[in-house]
Ligand binder design. Structure first.
Ligand code: EPU
Length: 301
């Protein structure tokens, strides 16, 4: 138990389910919605030093425990949701900007290269942290730099892409680092070509991914040389259920949660899929999903 956090920007015992794409999970002990860096600093300064802090982006890659989160959840609003396409083709975006919106904003200004983000449900902050990718591209290929705050020192700096240690769905950023924003490099593109490429990606997505359901994008990282979706499919696990959670029948690396599903259902299903794929192939899948708060056991499966 830590000391109390009192700040006009902070609410207490706030249900988190609505802020995640799975729509499950309990309350945050504290929740702050901040509009700019100044407000973020004010909230952090008011928080006890040992209080766990987590910045939630689109909530598209997290499962919040049914018991909730015994710390401070920060939601980035206001200026963190702004996108600006410069005349030089550099696109500046706040960490809370949704990746499909980033792609559309660039395309609307006649700039290409970010269309692959149309298929990824996360935010700019999440993309930097995870080196999000798809359709043969990843964030490392289009990022110029990111604005990062290291929370304990309140140190804010612009880190060039080369210094972020981006690897496959990974970076050198730690839990102490918060992504505040990023700048992306784009290329001039013919509007008709951009339009048809964007349509193609949207169509591919509708056919291959369970859009419109409660899901969190890809559940597992792709193991070297193969894909998690294929392995789960080949193990015959499409449609496998635990409570209100089910392996998507459209794409095996997506889980869908019905109304009434719990975080525990998702945790157990992730564990079961992991065990069964390991038994069938010897490959232990690594979750891309992040579990937040208390769950039974160290990791699912
Ligand atoms: N496959 C199956 N069965 C399935 C699903 C997929 O056999 O049920 C096979 C496909 O036929 C394909 C391979 O597995 O040969 C890979 O599948 P897919 O092309 O759908 O790509 P993915 O690797 O599963 C990645 C990203 C997605 C992104 C797509 C777009 C990861 C972990 N995921 O999916 O990103 O939308 O590419 O290209 O790299 C996300 O990260 O949350 C996300 C949605």
């Amino acid at each position: 138990m830590t000391g109390r956090l009192d700040s006009p920007l902070v609410r207490h015992d706030v249900p988190l389910a609505a802020f995640t794409t799975f729509k499950v999970g309990g309350p945050a002990r504290y929740l702050a919605e901040v509009s700019d860096e100044e407000q973020l600093l004010a909230v952090l300064d008011a928080a006890p030093a040992d209080l766990p802090v987590l910045v939630l982006g689109r909530g598209s890659n997290v499962v919040v425990s049914d018991e909730g989160y015994d710390g401070l959840i920060v939601r980035l609003r206001g200026t963190f949701l702004e996108v600006e396409v410069g005349g030089d083709g550099i696109v500046r975006a706040g960490a809370g900007v949704a990746l499909p919106r980033l792609a559309r904003a660039a395309a609307a200004a006649g700039r290409g290269g970010l269309e692959f983000y149309l298929g990824i449900p996360g935010s700019v902050g999440g993309a930097v942290r995870m080196n999000a990718g798809g359709h043969g591209r990843d964030t490392a290929a289009v990022l110029r730099d990111a604005r990062i705050m290291t929370v304990p020192a309140r140190d804010v700096r612009t880190v060039p892409v080369e210094a972020l240690g981006l690897g496959y769905r990974s970076s050198a950023l730690t839990d102490d680092d918060v992504v505040l924003g990023a700048r992306f490099v784009t290329v001039p593109a013919d509007p008709a070509t951009l339009e048809s490429r964007s349509r193609e990606i949207a169509r591919w997505r509708r056919e291959h991914q369970p859009g419109g359901t409660r899901n969190a994008g890809s559940v597992f990282k792709n193991p070297p040389g193969t894909s998690a979706g294929r392995l789960i499919d080949e193990a015959g696990l499409k449609g496998l259920r635990r409570g209100g959670a089910m392996v998507s029948t459209l794409h095996a690396n997506f889980l869908v949660a019905e109304e009434g599903a719990t975080a525990r259902d998702i945790w157990e299903l992730v564990g079961e899929v992991r065990r069964r794929v390991e038994a069938a192939t010897g490959i232990r899948l690594e979750p891309e999903l992040r579990f937040v708060g208390r769950f039974e056991g160290e990791e699912p499966g």
